[in-house]
Design a protein around this ligand. Structure first.
Ligand SMILES: *[C@@H]1O[C@H](CO)[C@@H](O)[C@H](O)[C@H]1NC(C)=O
Ligand SMILES: *[C@@H]1O[C@H](CO)[C@@H](O)[C@H](O)[C@H]1NC(C)=O
Length: 313
């Protein structure tokens, strides 16, 4: 298969290259890939979309197609974006390099691995949608002549979650309820405010534990800067199959930085439900959450389980 495609390449290149027959035997097919590894229990499935793929392919093409060596010599590689190489967990772009400059190509790939990573994640490699996911940049080349680029270390966990004063179990994923990894802004009926909406996801496949059999989602708590309390106007709660209700915000004791709403939703009501926070402009939800990402706890009726989910804009 590889030989055939190489032969085909050689023919095509030969057609382009005219009489430079000595090049042909040196053509090496090179593919750069971004691969996504979902966690074993995939609570909030995230997959590459068309935008991720386009961004990755165009970044690789623009960074590798014209490579200048230390002596100012320009080398052209033919990396061509191809929508058929966009898969849900793997996006690739392939092209041809020549063996005489493969070393140069290797160093450019190594140098740009972080840029490729940024391109496929839109510069958001620490967004909660990638929590617990593995992401690597890999290279396929003829006879494995190219080495894998250095792994990129995602240093996202530098800020620990805020500590909350409670004795419940905050381990992520222990109950069926989790908040979507992205929250969205919706227009509010009041032009002075914005609504920030968090969807509730209900999981069927979770590891059995004392928190796994919870039928009722009792309440939600957001970590929020209490000094900004006056900007929080209301909650709009929209259970599945019910009409939205608007309630006043309530807060934990001074200094707790916890903004909360009672829900008492069944699993059916919680499936696809949303909790929206109405915030007075120019304050934003992210600023209220501390500027980094939002930390959300979902409680069971006896308040012993309050798994933490993170969510970003
Ligand atoms: C934690 O909560 C308990 C019970 O509500 C309260 O008595 C205690 O003062 C709180 N501790 C802190 C550090 O806020
Ligand atoms: C929280 O629950 C999980 C799942 O049951 C358990 O493995 C973990 O030890 C618990 N953590 C604490 C602090 O109780």
């Amino acid at each position: 298969m590889r030989r055939n495609s190489l032969l085909f390449t050689a023919v095509v290149l030969g057609w382009f290259a005219g009489s430079h027959a000595e090049f042909l035997s040196d053509a090496c097919k090179v593919c750069i890939n971004a691969e996504l590894y979902p966690p074993e229990i995939d609570y909030r499935p995230y997959r590459f979309d068309e935008k991720d793929c386009n961004s990755f392919q165009s970044s690789v093409a623009s960074l590798l197609n014209n490579v200048i060596d230390d002596n100012g010599g320009q080398h052209n590689f033919g990396f061509l974006p191809d929508p058929s190489l966009c898969e849900a967990t793997k996006v690739s772009i392939c092209g041809f390099g020549f063996l005489d400059v493969i070393e140069l190509l290797q160093s450019k790939i190594d140098e740009n691995a972080i840029a490729f990573y940024d391109a496929v994640t839109g510069g958001e490699m620490c967004h909660p949608k990638y929590d617990n996911y593995g992401l690597t940049i890999t290279v396929d080349s003829c006879d494995n002549i190219l080495e894998q680029p250095p792994g990129v270390v995602r240093e996202c966990g530098l800020l620990p979650p805020p500590s909350i004063n409670c004795t419940c179990n905050t381990t992520a994923g222990i109950s069926p309820y989790i908040v979507s990894s992205s929250f969205r802004e919706e227009p509010s009926s009041n032009s002075q405010t914005a609504l920030y909406c968090f969807d509730i996801v209900v999981n069927k496949d979770i590891l059995p534990s004392t928190c796994s059999d919870i039928d009722i989602l009792r309440k939600v708590e957001f970590y929020a800067e209490q000094s900004l309390k006056s900007f929080v106007k209301s909650f709009r709660l929209s259970p599945n199959g019910g009409s939205p209700t608007t309630i006043s915000p309530s807060w934990g004791p001074t200094g707790s930085n916890l903004l909360k709403a009672s829900l008492y939703w069944t699993k059916d009501q919680a499936t696809g439900a949303s909790v929206c926070v109405e915030v007075k402009k120019p304050m934003t939800m992210l600023e209220l959450c501390g500027g980094w990402k939002c930390y959300v706890y979902l409680y069971n009726p006896d308040l012993k389980c309050c798994p933490l989910s993170t969510s970003g804009p």
